[in-house]
Write a protein that binds this ligand. Sequence first.
Ligand code: R5P
Length: 310
Amino acid sequence: MKLIACNANRPLAEAIADHLDCPLTDAEIKNFADNEIFVRINENVRGEDVFVIQSTSRPANDNLLELLITIDALRRASADRITAVIPYFGYARQDRKTDGRTPISAKLVANLISAAGADRVLTVDLHAGQIQGFFDIPTDNMVSLPVMVDDITRRNDVGKLMVVSPDVGGVVRARSFAKRIGADLAIVDKRRPKAGISEVMNIIGDVSGRKCILVDDICDSGGTLCNAAKALLDMGADSVSAYVTHGVLSNEAVKRIEASVMEELVICNTILPSEDDLASGSLRVLSVAPLLGEAIRRIANNESVSKLFD
Ligand code: R5P
């Protein structure tokens, strides 16, 4: 097995390599002066089972191209099997035509990854499970739920908890959390009058006196979570914190969260947070390296990965 790290999230790749006790393969992945990407794999990969680790997070287009060009280099170097390990699959939110003459970018990106030469994809918490079907190659969509639920149950009195979905689209995810924790479920009725702006219309469920945990797949501007947290406190909740898989954290989202009524935002390390964000007392990061490491080990050994969903 060979592990190759592109540049989006090297600390995660190193943690996966540590977990597997398998060093990262020596590779140069850098930019020419005009910003084009150059890749050279400095070790023989002929006939190897190769895992390329790259989130397509911000800068999304550069990171995507790095992944595609690295896969191309590996294919041309006669790797036996190439698995694109994409802890955060960007462009996933554009997964349907929301208006006339708009793209389905998630499908286009899936096509590009296959066309570059990937044989499999391993990812975490796709924005929508059905995006798996956009790939015509085997795709394992790992869930971070066990990592988060373990943290939630260790730190809280479960009897007081209320799991909250911040929008109707997240109900299936939130219900799985509530079921696993043994907590009740509430739902925020969120509307998006336009991209990047969210408004809370209503709360479904009695949250008074409860310790609310919002769960979501992405925190981008933080607007969804901050608005939901305020509405929950207005409805009598005792406190609100949030567990989100992918910390996209655009436009000073962490500052917005610091200034909000939310106690804490907990994210996974699928996207590398900035130093400033990491220094914030409002942000805590859980590692998915053991989860991804174990999935890689099982894929390499042709073992079942479904056990990791338990
Ligand atoms: C939407 O469907 C997603 O699950 C997130 O709720 C959304 O991307 C969060 O965006 P923001 O943090 O900008 O409100």
